[in-house]
Write a protein that binds this ligand. Structure first.
Ligand SMILES: [Zn+2]
Length: 433
């Protein structure tokens, strides 16, 4: 940023934003002031979002929340669409064993600018909570924290995007080519209805900023996340009296035991691929040869290629049967791919770190795989855009049934961070890919 005269009133606004440190050289006082002005509207939005229950299986709640977010995005000047998974506008659905009949909608908004860079901002509106829990845990502000179910994961993320856009609007900043916002309603169930759309849209953009919350104890951007898959082996045998005619049965449990032991060594420490059998079930009665047996394994990968490698290995292994008459079926669900870091993502994270330093605040950036999977991984799947996760507020207690909160002191810094990052991308200040 060019050096400029900074009036005292603006400096005061900046000092409040950088309570934990001095404003370093280069901080933009106007943006800091506009971010500070968004604090109360931000809290009002958060209160509205927390006030609408939106569990991943609560289609009605998700639809109400989607309509509210769509209105806000339209008021900011976006071309807004509500996309229903499985409809012609968004046809690809990846159904898994826990995918609900009706998947929550997505809200997509497009803002067109005068430049060439294409930037995508993502967050999710669904939560892990069940309908009815809101009554006992409504939105509340207490001291330096705001509490509410889903407030950290990920309702704050939606608010960060909306109020960063409000700052950009106040600045009349349009130097990007296109700004796309996508808010989905199925992240907590592994994004069955939004994954294809996230990957497709992300591949049409230069950079993707994802707004999951940041850690209270270790505030850092994530460049890589683990991929998660589940493998299930189902064996179909034939029931028979275990005492009178065991020889007429086909023992599904024997075959399953063989299958599990046969596929117990597929982990590969060299690439971080892990496969562990965790759940099994067989038989119905002590005196009946079991006709059915099922086992499930948890799989983790750090490279997209290992998703395919693991599936191939499992297919090879399951062909080696102990009981020839048994029917063995393998189901392999890609719950969530890993996010692999690339040069563009690294450049984006570095630039964001420099921007945060303008506020005197440290911000880590890590390309080692850590934590659970997020939708950033679907955004990164094509390998094309630079994708960085955890632009959201600092918070605590995601997926816990009490005391989920966000830290109010991070509202203004995060708005400043996202606004300045978008501006720097638009102005070509983030390394070309
Ligand atoms: Zn989340």
């Amino acid at each position: 940023m060019p050096t400029r005269f900074v009036p005292a009133a603006l400096l005061l606004a900046c000092l409040s934003i950088a309570a934990s440190g001095a404003l370093a050289q280069g901080a933009d006082a106007r943006i800091a002031q506009l971010a500070a002005r968004q604090r109360q509207p931000f809290l009002d939005s958060l209160s509205q979002f927390v006030g609408i229950e939106s569990g991943s299986r609560d289609y009605e709640g998700l639809s109400r929340l989607a309509a509210l977010i769509a209105d806000k995005l339209a008021a900011l000047g976006g071309e807004v669409q509500i996309l229903q998974p499985g409809s012609p506008a968004s046809p690809d659905v990846y159904r898994m064993e826990d995918t609900p009949e009706k998947i929550g909608p997505m809200v997509r908004a497009t803002f067109r600018g005068t430049g060439s860079k294409k930037i995508m901002l993502i967050a999710h509106m669904d939560t892990v909570y069940l309908k009815g829990m809101l009554a006992r845990q409504p939105f509340r502000v207490d001291g330096d924290k705001a509490y509410g179910l889903g407030i950290a994961d990920d309702k704050q993320g939606i608010a960060v995007i909306l109020h960063a856009l409000a700052v950009l609007q106040a600045l009349d900043f349009k130097e990007y080519g296109q700004l796309t916002v996508l808010i989905n309603g199925d992240e907590e169930i592994s994004s069955p209805g939004s994954r294809a759309m996230i990957t497709k849209l992300a591949s049409e953009h230069d950079f993707v900023l994802s707004h999951e919350g940041a850690s209270l104890t270790d505030d850092k951007l994530s460049l890589a996340t683990a991929g998660i898959a589940s493998a299930t082996i189902h064996v179909k045998g034939r029931a028979s009296h275990a005492g009178a005619a065991p020889e007429r049965g086909v023992n599904a449990l024997y075959e399953l035991a063989h299958q599990v032991l046969n596929a117990r060594d597929l982990s590969d420490p060299a690439t971080g691929m892990k496969l562990n059998w965790t759940v099994a079930q067989a038989g119905t009665n002590r005196n009946v040869i079991p006709a059915d047996a099922t086992a499930t394994a948890d799989a983790r990968v750090t490279r997209v290629a290992d998703f395919d490698r693991l599936e191939r290995l499992l297919q090879q292994r399951t062909r080696l049967q102990l009981v020839p008459e048994a029917k063995v079926e393998l189901t392999y669900e890609r719950r969530r791919p890993p996010l692999e870091s690339n040069a563009a993502g690294l450049a984006l994270a570095r630039r964001s770190q420099q921007i945060y330093a303008e506020l005197g605040r440290p911000l880590g950036a890590d390309d080692r795989v850590a934590g659970g999977g997020t939708d950033a991984a679907f955004a990164g799947l094509s390998g094309k855009p630079g994708v960085v996760e955890r632009y959201g507020l600092v918070g605590f207690g995601a997926h816990s049934s009490d005391a989920e909160y966000v830290v109010l002191d991070s509202i203004e810094p995060r708005l400043y961070l996202v606004v300045r990052t978008v501006m720097d991308i638009a102005r070509g200040k983030v390394g070309a890919r």
